[in-house]
Write a protein that binds this ligand. Structure first.
Ligand SMILES: [Zn+2]
Length: 112
């Protein structure tokens, strides 16, 4: 019998691109990005990715975009709508618990 546990990791200080994994913090000035199939694409990935998405005629699957002049960090904070947690519910020995903790430990501290 396996004991299931839940770990919650707060990521309210960082916006992560779901395509290239780059981290954007509150002091980032990068503007743009969009949401495709529930994944946030950063301003660096957006132009090339959008061409690919258009090639598959999947533009309708872009469900939100950064507003004009909206920074990617602010865009991601807006679409999270206050939910800044990564929640893992799995058996206690599931490696995903450690993977999430290690990723958070590897995140640079928020810049002042
Ligand atoms: Zn990216």
């Amino acid at each position: 019998m396996t004991n299931t546990i839940t770990t919650v990791t707060d990521i309210s200080h960082v916006a992560i691109c779901d395509r290239c994994n780059e981290h954007y913090y509150a002091d980032s000035t990068a503007v743009g990005g969009f949401l495709f199939c529930g994944r946030a694409y950063c301003p660096k990935c957006a132009p090339e990715s959008e061409k690919s998405i258009e090639g598959y005629n999947e533009q309708h699957m872009i469900t939100d975009r950064a507003r004009p002049d909206e920074r990617y960090f602010d865009f991601v904070m807006r679409i999270r709508a206050g939910n800044h947690s990564i929640v893992v519910t799995a058996p206690a020995d599931d490696p995903m618990h450690a993977i999430v903790k290690e990723n958070v430990a590897g995140l640079p501290e928020p810049k002042e």
